[in-house]
Design a protein around this ligand. Structure first.
Ligand code: DGJ
Length: 708
């Protein structure tokens, strides 16, 4: 192996240890006994310290030296493959053409570069090469890992049963706990924190999208970390289709996480000469608890993932909850006028504009403006919107087709389907196979035309059904669609952005069904949930922002009672909750009273003053949504803004001052609405006095301007 030593990457030749340094952490792996052992992922170490670390092979119980039932390396290997004496979760599983399963890989080379490392391994018998990549990025503790698999043969295909981007190994701790989000439509990204089960815990989506039900990240700690203290190891996968993340807690008391695209039961055929690349799995170690972990992820996403992180997201108006499918040019124009009066900067026409009937039964795939609803096309509405000083945005759902459409009648073969199986419709629609070149070309072409003809600066890219009976009859590798569909979606988005540099894209999938680092690499914001109930949103947004920054979390103020829960909440509470993300308006503004519109306009104006802090600042979760009595969030840069929410008052107790976090010790602040001044020490140790209205769903926002 080489002894190259680029920035951030070291190699200790005596111990054959590769050492990667991020600003605050160190990662090390070692070639030992012909295998790759994991050495360290955690606090910063010197090269000498990392090289001196022993490789821990676990032994288990012993009686006269007998340990024949234990696989000594399970849960400690840098990248575990199927084969030999291994019984833990394999990151790589294949079957060769002669029926042999399992691999016998030996490291054959490494390449170090300024920003990382590649280690190549080859099978001792079969023509298969695996490359493991580690990438370091400036100013982040995130390590990006991925892998590629190459069939070096010229005759036989290789069946790939599992191919993960990375396996992440944690150090020995007495206990392990997992933090992750779970949910469903209307109830996405709800945080759970639970002891890691002995055995295997699988988080997965078999749905063809990231899913509402799980999200591809997990944070692990030893059970003692809190919001502002403790070691936290996090792992995320940058993938927008089906995925799997297996957490393994071994009987020998180790914990590891293996993650990649695909799910159980599907396999891929690697043709001779072909190479398969995994998506990136990003891992980060933080001290400072879950709050510090979230802030570090937010900073990473802003610095290295989002296409336009520096931009301030506009206040948008979206017509969906106001009209549902009951849409036409007159109503949209009236809503646009009202939205502009309140301060909206972007007007987005939602679903329905191309539908022949006022429902979801037909028209998807044809993408022709309905001439009865918009007799002169989009031009008059788009002009009206622009004359009000707003950008024009449009809802699209490119991956979908209604069987009742000209597209489907002409090309029934273009949808995901299997021979002799039903084509089950969900929401009266089927999924177009974005793995196909003709589908990608078709989508790219009509989207391009739509943007060109309407002058749209914003697309809401929706995806409203999960895969079922997903197949591609006649394809050489029918399960490849699970990868290629997602790649196709990414490609069409990338090309669209390249062609239209001013175009911004919202990722939506029936609410928050497609939220992941790969989506964030090509979109600007994400619709977090169709549930716009502000009380529920506090919880959904709490989970969303564990990993993803508030500056991409789109949140609308809608009507009361809420269309999903029926709950009634004051306008200010709805606004304040939505203002902790990217504020949008989504109510039927025609029905809002003059007083409501006046209040809304002043809250939009307030949001515009504080949004640089919310969208680009550091988030401190002072009190989580289920904290007794009060939920509070703080966003800080030079100034600070604090939001507090009390859903239900109890026993007439008042609200004590709220201690703030992360303030520079000598700073002094002024409350921009009352003029009161506070020293940082007082705010940190005694707290900010809060003036909450009486009654249910009370909230307040305090903007503290830094004076010193
Ligand atoms: C699901 C989205 O989440 C909604 O906001 C809306 O766009 C509907 N689809 C339209 O069909």
């Amino acid at each position: 192996m080489t002894a190259l030593r680029p920035t951030g990457t070291g190699f200790d030749a005596d111990t054959a240890t590769w050492i990667l340094h991020t600003p605050n952490t160190t990662y090390a792996l070692r070639l030992t006994d012909g295998r790759l052992a994991h050495v360290h992922w955690g606090a910063a170490l010197t090269d000498a310290e990392a090289a001196a670390l022993p490789v821990r092979a676990e032994s288990g119980a012993r009686q006269r030296g007998s340990t024949s039932f234990e696989a000594r390396y399970d849960g400690t290997e840098e990248y575990a493959w199927d084969g030999g004496v291994r019984y833990g979760v394999p990151s790589l599983q294949v079957r060769f053409a002669d029926g042999a399963r399992g691999l016998d890989l030996e490291p054959v080379g490494d390449e170090a570069a300024d920003d990382g490392l590649t280690i190549r391994l080859r099978d001792r018998h079969y023509p298969l090469e695996v490359a493991l990549r580690y990438r370091l990025r400036p100013g982040t503790d995130v390590i990006e890992r991925s892998a590629s698999l190459t069939n070096l043969g010229d005759a036989e295909p290789i069946e790939v049963l599992r191919f993960d981007a990375a396996s992440w190994v944690l150090p020995h701790r007495d206990d392990y706990r997992l933090s992750h989000v779970t949910g469903m439509w209307g109830a996405e990204t709800r945080l759970r924190r639970e002891v890691a089960a002995a055995g295997e815990t699988v988080f997965t989506s078999r749905r063809g999208i990231t899913s509402h039900h799980a999200n591809p990240w997990v944070m692990t700690d030893d059970g003692t970390a809190g919001e502002s203290h403790g070691e936290v190891w996090s792992v995320a996968l940058a993938w927008s289709g089906s995925w799997r993340m297996t957490v393994q807690r071994t009987p020998l008391r180790r914990l590891s996480v293996s993650t990649g695209f695909g799910h159980d039961g599907i396999s891929w055929r690697l043709a001779p000469g072909e190479r398969l690349e995994t998506p990136v799995s990003a891992g980060m170690f933080t001290t400072g608890g879950f709050g510090a972990a979230s802030r570090a992820w937010h900073a990473h996403v802003r610095r290295h993932v989002l296409p336009r992180p520096e931009e301030t997201r506009p206040v948008l108006y979206n017509s969906w909850e106001a009209t549902f499918f009951d849409i036409d040019v007159a109503r949209q124009s009236a809503l646009a006028t009202r939205a502009a009066e309140l301060g909206a900067e972007l007007f987005v026409v939602d679903d329905g504009w191309f539908r022949p009937y006022r429902d979801d039964r037909a028209g998807l795939g044809d993408w022709r403006v309905n001439a009865e609803l918009f007799p002169d096309g989009f031009a008059p509405l788009a002009e009206h919107v622009r004359s009000l000083g707003m950008g024009f945005g449009i809802w699209v759902e490119p991956e979908m087709v209604n069987p009742d459409s000209d597209l489907y009648r002409a090309h029934p073969d273009r949808v995901l389907h299997q021979p002799h199986r039903a084509r089950t419709e969900l929401r009266n629609q089927l999924v177009l196979n974005f793995g196909r070149d003709d589908v990608r070309a078709w989508a790219g072409e009509w989207l391009h035309r739509l943007v060109r003809d309407t002058g749209a600066v914003f697309l809401k890219w929706d995806m409203n059904r999960t895969f079922s009976e997903a197949g591609e009859p006649g394809a050489a590798d029918p399960d490849r669609l699970w990868i290629e569909h997602t790649r196709g979606v990414h490609l069409v988005m990338d090309r669209l952005r390249d062609a239209w540099p001013d175009l911004r894209i919202e990722s939506c999938s029936g609410g928050g069904g497609r939220l992941d680092l790969a989506m964030l690499a090509r979109t600007d914001q994400v619709w977090a949930s169709d549930n716009t109930d502000a009380a529920d949103r506090l919880r959904i947004q709490h989970g969303f922002t564990q990993l993803y920054p508030p500056g991409v979390l789109e949140a609308w103020v809608t009507d009361s009672p809420n269309t999903v829960t029926g709950r009634r909440t004051p306008l200010a509470f709805r606004f304040h909750v939505a203002m902790t993300g990217v504020l949008g308006l989504g109510g039927d503004l025609a029905a809002w009273s003059d007083d409501e519109r006046r209040e809304a306009a002043s809250l939009v104006a307030l949001y515009k003053r504080i949004r640089p802090l919310v969208q680009h600042g550091r988030l401190y979760r002072l009190r989580p949504p289920d904290a007794e009595g009060l939920c509070a969030l703080q966003f800080a840069d030079r100034d600070v803004v604090v939001f507090a929410f009390r859903e239900t008052p109890r026993m007439g107790f008042g609200v004590p001052p709220l201690p703030l976090a992360g303030l520079p010790r000598t700073a002094r602040y002024r409350d921009t609405s009352t003029g009161a001044e506070y020293d940082a020490g007082v705010l940190t140790h005694h707290g900010l006095p809060l003036d909450l209205p009486r009654g249910e769903y009370a909230s307040t926002v305090v903007h503290l301007e830094r004076r010193r």
